[in-house]
Design a protein around this ligand. Structure first.
Ligand code: BGC
Length: 795
């Protein structure tokens, strides 16, 4: 391979080399037909493969998000998930999936918490390495991101993280190190700085990444993260997106002036060619991937979702009896969150909501009790007809003056033009549809976009204004553009001709137009007090109340952090009122990250669903009825009160720095040190059977323990091994996770579980490198960080 690469490199002149080290589009690496190198489209992940474009006409399977996957504590499940991701990548003609996200849950406020796995480096690393292996086994590249210390979103483009070397090595770098060991072909560097140097130019790319770890793949910049031309002398290999801005022609000048050595460019090209060879883009074709029809994909997503759901509390109400009548309440019962927001977004062809899932197995009566939409929702397909085709959907036209350049039948209210070249020649974009009111009352009808926008209803101008964005995150401006709406009172069945026109913004040269365009509505709502009372009344007159609550895209997404841990709206009040009306109240929390649950002691059960992917409803029905066990254990600590959280603030200081003053004490390590108890500890989770653990022994670096299922149904247990070290000469956590194993055991049976304790678990980072303190460590084995009945000494 090396010889081939050198031969090809020798055929490229400087401009040709420079073309390869910048993108050829929004989500496309450049090719070179002269040397048999194909262009390489790539796609966002990690929880699905959107493809090169955001387009509902080419949908994607939506898988459980990072926290949901980590909650399975089951790297083997990733073998299956990785195969599905690789299949989706091939189906979408992309060579790489931009994931997994392996930053840590340093603070529960972190906006992309849902996308990352855990607060613990070992759990994160084990899941991430399994993801990388599983996807790449099928010839599709993974791309662990964002290297490094992109653990929160506030000021993410500029924040300068100050983190000591020990915390960096033992915590934040560790998952990347393990991904490199797993053979990752690509790594994405981050927007932020570490110790004053932006990550696309940071020495950490050379050492340890490309140096002692021996990473021989491609370092791709996070999108727009390359800040200077001379950065090309440093470790980032491909500047994305393309076409070249700071690299390309200005870089050619810099090389000719001797400011950037050509050898540095050659090294990048070598890595890109090696990458291309690995993914089948160089003189060859990509490897075939496993086949997944819809049924097989849906079955896997459904199993994975259930395997990650964490039952944190259950007084025996779950599983529900099959003949139960259920009051199904809460805003997320029919408008759930399947996935997190931002770049992880995919557009699934099909979803099941909790209402749809539970209705198939139980007698369900549903009302939300509380509505959260402060904003318009993209118009649901069943309410609109495309006037051109007469079928559900809208007509999107590209106009140059009065001339129609293109007409598309679209089947979404949210249209994301993300590098749209056709729009580059248009002056106006136009959405037309016939909206049908399915209930009588006051409807809001509106538009979300940027720039000059007009809304016409039945031929009359209802809105005409220039919409500007006031936030700081350009991704947010596109994905969640500001909205404007008018109110119209409509009779049931009444139809309205809707026409939205937006001035096409200037195209980015070579890339096309980037614009989010939403045709949104809100349906008439019952007066809030009436709706709330109706939910409580349903709860009172049903056997069981299931309340599905959660976060919204406005508070939990990419590009910003949360400001508190409360459930938005009147959700806490609703749960409290429902629990007072029916002691058999089960709360399902549909968030990607911890929320406060002030009512948790007053309800019969609490189930955390995370963002479980497109099969939410079906998986929830499986778990609530006991068809399958909730298989999850907490990958991150759930606080009782935000004020208790030991590492919380993600706001940089006035000088732009964000010091990680807590050092290695993050997550449960910080909680153990603070001596305040959280609501639910790291590693905690219940199933539907009972267990005993015994016979702990240690042989070398392998711990062996007997796990007995003492209940009357099959169950899954996650056996966790932690280390501690009394009288250590160095600062240490009270204890730290060293290894774990997920096992399934039939009723009455026992299984011998072996847990490998890697050498690294005994090491700490010093100025001279990794070191092991001689003497004794204590091994603690159990089922959460605070439930560790077995101990042994290791010398
Ligand atoms: C995100 C990355 C993502 C990229 C491309 C960035 O804003 O931080 O995770 O892969 O956009 O969508």
């Amino acid at each position: 391979m090396d010889e081939l690469i050198e031969d090809l490199l020798a055929k490229l002149d400087l401009p040709a080399k420079l073309r390869l080290i910048s993108g050829a589009g929004m989500f496309r690496f450049a090719g070179d037909p002269d040397i048999g190198l194909a262009e390489m489209p790539v796609s966002d992940g990690p929880s699905g493969v959107r493809g090169e474009y955001w387009d509902e006409r080419d949908p994607s399977v939506s898988l459980p998000s990072g926290t949901a996957v980590a909650a399975t504590w089951d790297p083997e499940l990733l073998t299956e998930i990785g195969a599905l991701i690789a299949h989706e990548a091939r189906r979408k003609d992309v060579y790489a999936v931009l994931g997994p996200t392996v930053n840590l849950h340093r603070s529960p406020l972190g906006g992309r918490h849902f996308e990352c796995f855990s607060e613990d480096p070992v759990l994160t690393a084990d899941m991430a390495a399994a993801y990388v292996r599983a996807v790449q086994a099928h010839g599709v590249s993974a791309c662990p991101k964002h290297y490094v210390a992109n653990d929160s979103e506030t000021d993410r483009f500029t924040v300068d993280v100050r983190v000591d070397d020990r915390a960096l090595r033992e915590l934040y770098l560790y998952p990347f190190e393990r991904c490199v060991d797993a053979g990752a072909w690509m790594i994405m560097d981050a927007y932020n700085s570490v110790h004053g140097i932006t990550m696309t130019e940071n020495p950490l790319l050379d050492e340890p990444l490309k140096g002692s770890w021996g990473f021989d793949g491609v370092v791709v910049s996070d999108w727009t993260a390359v800040r200077t031309t001379t950065a090309a002398a440093q470790g980032t290999d491909i500047a994305m997106p393309g076409p070249p801005m700071l690299w390309g022609a200005p870089l050619e000048e810099a090389v000719r002036r001797g400011e950037v050595p050509e050898a540095a460019i050659d090294e990048k090209v070598r890595r890109i060619l090696r990458f291309a060879q690995r993914v089948g883009a160089l003189h060859g074709s990509p490897q075939a991937t496993p086949e997944f029809d819809d049924e097989r994909a849906q079955d896997l997503v459904r199993r994975a979702a259930a395997a990650g759901m964490v039952l944190v509390r259950n007084d025996g109400v779950l599983p529900l009896a099959p003949d139960s009548t259920v009051a199904l309440l809460g805003p997320h019962a029919d408008l759930p969150r399947f996935m997190g927001g931002g770049s992880a977004t995919v557009i699934p062809a099909h979803t099941t909501t909790p209402v749809e899932g539970l209705e198939t197995v139980l007698t369900v009566r549903h009302t939300p009790g509380v509505r959260l939409e402060e904003k318009l929702i993209p118009v649901p397909l069943e309410l609109v007809t495309d006037p051109d085709t007469g079928t559900p959907g809208v007509s999107l036209r590209y106009l140059d003056g009065d001339t129609v350049i293109d007409t598309q039948h679209r089947t979404a209210g949210n249209l994301m033009l993300f590098g749209d070249r056709k729009a580059a020649t248009a002056t106006t974009l136009e959405i037309r549809a016939r909206l049908r009111a399915d209930v009588a009352g006051a409807w809001q009808i509106g538009v979300g976009t940027l720039g000059q926008a007009r809304l016409e209803l039945d031929g009359e101008t209802a809105l005409d204004e220039t919409i500007t964005f006031e936030g700081t995150d350009p991704v947010g401006a596109i994905l969640y553009p500001p909205q404007r709406a008018v109110t119209r009172t409509l009779a049931e069945g009444q139809e309205v001709d809707v026409r939205i026109t937006v001035a096409a913004p200037p195209a980015i040269p070579g890339l096309g137009v980037i614009l989010g365009l939403t045709f949104g509505i809100t349906r008439p709502q019952r007066p809030a007090a009436e709706e709330f009372a109706a939910a409580v009344e349903l709860a009172r007159t049903s056997d069981v109340a299931v309340v599905v609550v959660g976060t919204t895209e406005q508070i939990e997404s990419e590009g910003f952090d949360r400001t508190d841990l409360r459930l938005p709206g009147r959700q806490d009040e609703l749960v409290a009122a429902v629990a007072a009306a029916n002691p058999r109240t089960v709360v399902v929390v549909n968030s990607g990250a911890p929320v406060e649950m002030p009512w948790r002691g007053d309800v019969a059960a609490v189930l955390l669903s995370w963002f479980p992917g497109q099969e939410f409803g079906a998986a929830l029905a499986d778990v609530l009825t006991g068809a399958v066990e909730p298989g999850g254990r907490l990958p991150t600590t759930w606080p009782a009160h935000m004020a208790d959280v030991p590492v919380l603030s993600t706001t940089p200081r006035a000088d732009g720095t964000l010091p990680y003053t807590e050092g290695i004490h993050v997550g449960y390590r910080a909680w153990l040190k603070s001596a305040v108890a959280p609501a639910y500890p790291f590693g905690h989770g219940l199933g539907y059977t009972t267990w005993s653990l015994g016979d702990l022994s240690v042989d070398g670096r392998t711990a062996t323990v007997t796990v007995t299922n003492t209940g009357d149904r099959e169950g899954k247990q996650v056996v966790q091994a932690y280390l501690s070290r009394a009288d250590s000469a160095v600062d240490r956590p009270v204890r730290w996770l060293a290894g774990f194993a997920a096992v399934t055991v039939t009723p009455g049976a026992s299984r011998t579980v072996r847990i490998a304790l890697p050498q690294r678990a005994f090491e700490h980072w010093t100025e001279a490198g990794w070191a092991t303190e001689p003497g004794s460590f204590t091994l603690h084995v159990g089922t959460s960080v605070t439930d560790l009945p077995l101990t042994a000494e290791i010398s």
